[in-house]
Design a protein around this ligand. Structure first.
Ligand SMILES: *Cc1c(COP(=O)(O)O)cnc(C)c1O
Length: 369
């Protein structure tokens, strides 16, 4: 016999999952209806409308995929890239590397545009690369969780379109915490995740595609190679036809609906301001502890802060103490930044002033010892 499920109390200040709002947890305990029940169809419609609100888009093809952010990434890649198609990827962190890896597996011709981890791409750099050689898809990570850098989005959509391409963005760590203006920025394909700034459990990936992207999808030469993430089938479940494709994870959709309702109640602008204000408090406090921030101010990401681990400090020991003594989870670095940075997420329901104060006090205590 095993004991009751009772994991320790945790304050989730890592790169996700972030804390789930109690209202979302309660919504998940709602009794199930069938995934083709007329009442569930209404719930899907509401989720779709709420997603258009957070994505700031009119895109008809807007839905939440079953699967985490990585499923969204895979859907973006497998639905728009056929063998031999070209993709230009702005590579400046772990998740853009993952886009390259996926696109390669689907047989695309992957061109890498590189920047150091923590830096971002200027529009002119993208323009120059496309002038050299156009690409069917141009992919950028809006909020790079592995480095703490925020990619500015102005002008890029216009450039990509002028060169005949589609603009794809990863907004897993920005949607619901900072502005994601799909229509205004001219983004054609975007995916996110439920467990970061939306304050829901992991398991769903909000997704949107522009009418232009949809046309390209419908003019594919071959069927989409991935059945589970085939949007030409999924759009028939989310659209008027309501054709069965796979059983929707009902409880997760209840959760997402509640999480999105909370976003709408707070209002996008107020929510963005809260994320910015708490990040600013954290940055000020980190510098007051004589610690350095990895990303310079103009491109620093409010939802995820990267702190340089001082050379005389044991990265893992500090994180273990935070967890054991203060029940606070933060993360270490990934890939090239492993052992070099700490990653602190202030996302969704975790973006709270009292958590910033507590984390700074805990860090001060641990570092003094
Ligand atoms: C978390 C994250 C992902 C992957 O999402 P999973 O939910 O872990 O599958 C992709 N891109 C970025 C930028 C992320 O932060």
């Amino acid at each position: 016999m095993y004991p009751d499920l009772n994991p320790g109390p945790r304050i989730l200040l890592g790169p996700g999952p972030s804390e789930v709002h109690p209202r979302v947890l309660r919504a998940m305990a709602t009794p199930l209806v069938g995934h083709l029940d007329p009442e569930f169809m209404l719930i899907l419609d509401q989720i779709q409308r709420l997603l258009r609100y957070v994505f700031q888009t009119e895109n008809e093809l807007t839905l939440a995929l079953s699967g985490t952010g990585t499923a969204g990434m895979e859907a973006a890649v497998c639905n728009w890239l056929e063998p031999g198609d070209s993709i230009l990827v702005g590579v400046n962190g772990y998740f853009s590397e993952r886009i390259c890896e996926m696109a390669d597996r689907y047989g695309a011709r992957v061109r890498r545009l590189e920047q150091p981890w923590g830096a971002v791409f200027a529009p002119e750099v993208i323009e120059a690369a496309l002038r050299e050689e156009p690409a069917k898809v141009v992919a950028l990570v809006h909020a790079e969780t592995s480095t703490g850098a925020l990619q500015p989005m102005q002008e890029i959509g216009e450039i990509v379109h002028r060169h005949g391409g589609l603009l794809l963005i990863d907004c897993v760590t920005s949607l619901g915490g900072l502005p994601v203006k799909i229509d205004e920025w001219g983004v054609d394909i975007a995916y996110s995740g439920s467990q970061k700034c939306l304050g829901c459990p992991p398991g769903l990936s909000p997704f949107t595609a522009s009418p232009r992207a949809r046309e390209v999808l419908h003019s594919r030469r071959n069927k989409v190679t991935n059945y589970y993430l085939d949007l030409t089938l999924l759009e028939k479940y989310w659209g008027k036809e309501r054709v069965y494709h796979h059983t929707a994870p009902i409880s997760l959709y209840y959760a997402l609906r509640e999480g999105l309702r909370i976003v709408q109640e707070e209002g996008l602008e107020a929510r963005f301001a809260r994320h910015r204000a708490n990040a600013a408090r954290l940055w000020e406090g980190i510098e007051a502890l004589d610690l350095a921030l990895h990303v310079p101010e103009p491109h620093r990401l409010p939802s995820l802060t990267t702190v340089v681990v001082p050379s005389n400090v044991d990265d893992l020991a500090v994180r273990q103490r935070l967890l054991n003594e203060y029940h606070i989870e933060i993360a270490g670095g990934l890939g090239a930044l492993k052992g070099k940075i700490w990653r602190v997420g202030l996302m969704g329901h975790s973006s709270r002033r009292e958590y910033v104060t507590l984390l700074l006090a805990a860090l001060r205590d641990i570092l003094q010892r």
